[in-house]
Design a protein around this ligand. Structure first.
Ligand SMILES: [Zn+2]
Length: 248
């Protein structure tokens, strides 16, 4: 079963006159569903900050990370560590189509709004210092993801809202040994930073694996999402260095 919270709607109006929120990668605007099962309920529209040039790639990557995160969350629920379930807000790629809208044709991620939004850990190892309840359970979800993947990845940047019968996550980050899960994937350095600061709690299982942690964390810890800085490689251009020659 997929523990996902979906739009279940076909249309919404978005108020772009005012920013509702802003993450490292995206601007968030508030709106309301106007057709479908969630008609009248609030939603959010997320737009990439990078502009439209590279957008298709960003959208594909976002949906891949979402699908992978969903698998981890479903497996965590199936193990039955919690007596309530964790759900993942599942965005869909919609397009603005207001007749006179300057955004007409522009892609946007739409998902249901989360009430009582809170952040519980980041991709640089930040977490509440003495987590209890859901905050502790979510640290354990991160640890579970590492063990359950055979030490290949870590689900983190866990944020969302507590409801009376479960928790809804949005926009998690996956950090992977292969470092192939988008710009917030800090690879093994990020995974090690999590474990350097992670203290197992009552929801963690003593048998879950941990990487051998040595020395100081390489990633500076903060609550926001840390992003890799890189320039895209242009393979058609001549390299600056050639084997056996000095840098030129
Ligand atoms: Zn743990």
């Amino acid at each position: 079963m997929a523990y996902s919270r979906t739009n279940n709607s076909t249309r919404a109006t978005i108020d772009r006159s005012e920013l509702y929120g802003s993450g490292t990668f995206k601007y968030v605007y508030a709106g309301t569903y106007t057709a479908g099962a969630r008609k009248g309920q609030p939603c959010v529209a997320k737009e990439f900050k990078s502009g439209c040039v590279v957008e298709d790639h960003y959208f594909d990557e976002e949906m891949n990370i979402c699908a992978k995160s969903q698998e981890i969350i479903d497996e965590f629920n199936e193990v039955g560590i919690m007596n309530q379930e964790v759900y993942l807000n599942t965005p869909e790629i919609w397009e603005y189509n207001g007749r006179r809208s300057p955004q007409k044709g522009q892609k946007v991620l739409i998902e249901p709004m989360i009430q009582n939004f809170e952040k519980f850990n980041s991709n640089s190892g930040w977490a509440l210092s003495e987590p209890t309840g859901w905050a502790a359970a979510l640290q354990s979800l991160s640890h579970f993801s590492y063990d359950n993947s055979g030490g290949q990845l870590l689900l983190c940047d866990l944020q969302g809202g507590i409801y009376n019968d479960g928790f809804v996550l949005t926009d998690p980050v996956i950090m992977s040994r292969a470092q192939n899960c988008g710009p917030a994937d800090l690879g093994m350095d990020g995974i090690m930073s999590f474990f350097q600061r992670h203290r197992c709690n009552g929801f963690c299982d003593a048998s879950w694996r941990k990487p051998p942690v040595l020395g100081k964390a390489k990633i500076r810890m903060h609550q926001g999402t840390t992003m890799q800085a890189y320039l895209p490689t242009r393979s058609s251009r001549t390299p600056l260095t050639v084997p056996g020659r000095r840098f030129r």
